[in-house]
Design a protein around this ligand. Structure first.
Ligand code: OSB
Ligand code: MG
Length: 373
């Protein structure tokens, strides 16, 4: 394929409910969308960087500059332009994986459209439906959280994940387990605990959690391994896993027994597939994480979740949990069994509502291939 132009947009979207984690609260999302045009078609990618560099080092602002000044020019100048070539094309730029993923994923979407096949098939996916879980943010009271759990369970979601932090954990787990002794339950600390909390974390074993996600430092393997030795509950790493090598190190050291794969965090589909394959060979299950994506990012998460080793329910849930109006058509819906049916249309399988995207756009930049080479 030969790219004609790349359009970068920032859109502003309000969440239906504020979402709170151990590192902060989000009400308004500032989302970067990348549109890559070639052969009369458009591939789309979403940048999952947060508004602030709190989850990792990136933010909407750093991704904007990096895509515009570094990545898009590298891609436009590249001889062979495809999703699979992106890791090599972007290699001179260190880090900035969420910015890279936005562009790379748009190319995969475009390639699938050019080939006339669904994106999930191009990725090597095998599932017709994917299993869904939910991530419940930190609420103001335990009562409110129980209401949210009640709602999610009645909607059929197959796993409930509770965001937690010191002071917002055991009391909450007790209340949830008392009412729902048997549901698949997990927690996610977004690295809010320290080694002095080890005894406390070991006490989580009594709640029969499916996993404890990223309890310690966002860049750590060693201390997670020390903690895993003391825990019966599997640790799941999210923030710590940036690439395939990280997943190998974590598995080798027994720092975790489950891995959360996020497209943005690992730099795009190529690296996500590489981690998938490495974990599958070693018998470590994975699931697809979420970053409060619009429907566009959601459509890519669905495609990724069809790969064989995505054997646990992901944080890929219905559009309506986050948005009054989603930017894709149809919006993502979840069946009463807690499943999403995978679209078989070419590419991402959902139309982008370009009129709505235009209305939500707060800034826009178009880079034409001819002007740059
Ligand atoms: O750690 O999984 C996380 C949202 C923002 C930043 C980090 C995380 C999350 C979530 C939300 O848990 C999952 C979702 O998009 O549904
Ligand atoms: Mg997480």
């Amino acid at each position: 394929m030969k790219i004609d132009s790349i359009v970068l947009r920032e859109i502003s979207m309000s969440l239906v409910h504020p979402f709170a984690t151990s590192f902060g609260e989000t009400r308004e999302r500032r989302i970067l969308l990348v549109e890559v045009r070639a052969e009369g078609l458009s591939g789309w990618g979403e940048c999952t960087a947060g508004e602030h560099p709190y989850f990792n080092e990136e933010s909407t602002e750093t991704a904007w500059v990096t895509i515009l000044q570094e990545l898009a020019p590298l891609l436009i100048a590249a001889e062979e332009q495809s999703g699979g070539k992106c890791p090599n094309i972007f290699r001179p730029v260190r880090g900035h994986r969420m910015a890279k993923a936005a562009l790379e994923n748009a190319l995969w979407d475009l390639e699938a459209q050019i080939k006339g096949i669904p994106l999930y098939e191009l990725l090597g996916g095998i599932r017709e439906t994917i299993a869904c879980g939910v991530s419940l943010g930190i609420q103001s009271t335990v009562e409110k959280t129980l209401e949210k759990v009640e709602q999610a369970v009645s909607q059929g979601y197959q796993r409930i994940k509770l965001k937690c932090k010191p002071g917002w954990d055991v009391k909450l787990f007790e209340a949830v387990r008392k009412r729902w002794p048997d549901i698949r339950l997990s927690c996610d600390a977004n690295s809010a605990y320290r080694l002095r909390d080890s005894d406390h974390l070991v006490s989580f074993d009594q709640f029969n959690l499916l996993m404890i996600e990223q309890p310690l430092w966002a860049d750590d393997f060693y201390f997670h391994s020390m903690l895993q030795q003391r825990l019966d509950t599997p640790i799941c790493l999210d923030e710590s896993i940036r690439n395939r090598r990280d997943s190998l190190a974590a598995i080798e050291m027994d720092s975790c027994r489950i891995i959360n794969i996020k497209l943005g965090r690992v730099g795009g589909f190529s690296e996500a597939i590489a981690i998938h394959n490495a974990t599958q060979e070693r018998g470590i299950p994975v699931w697809c994480g979420g970053m409060l994506e619009s429907g566009l990012g959601r459509s890519h998460n669905i495609a990724l979740s069809t790969l064989e080793n995505f054997s646990l329910p992901g944080d890929v849930s219905a559009s309506s949990r986050y948005w009054k109006e989603d930017i894709i058509e149809p919006e993502v819906t979840v069946s009463p069994q807690g499943e999403i049916k995978v679209s078989r249309s070419p590419g991402r399988g959902y139309e982008v509502r370009t009129d709505l995207v235009e209305r939500l756009t707060v800034r826009k930049e178009e880079m034409k291939a001819l002007a740059l080479v």
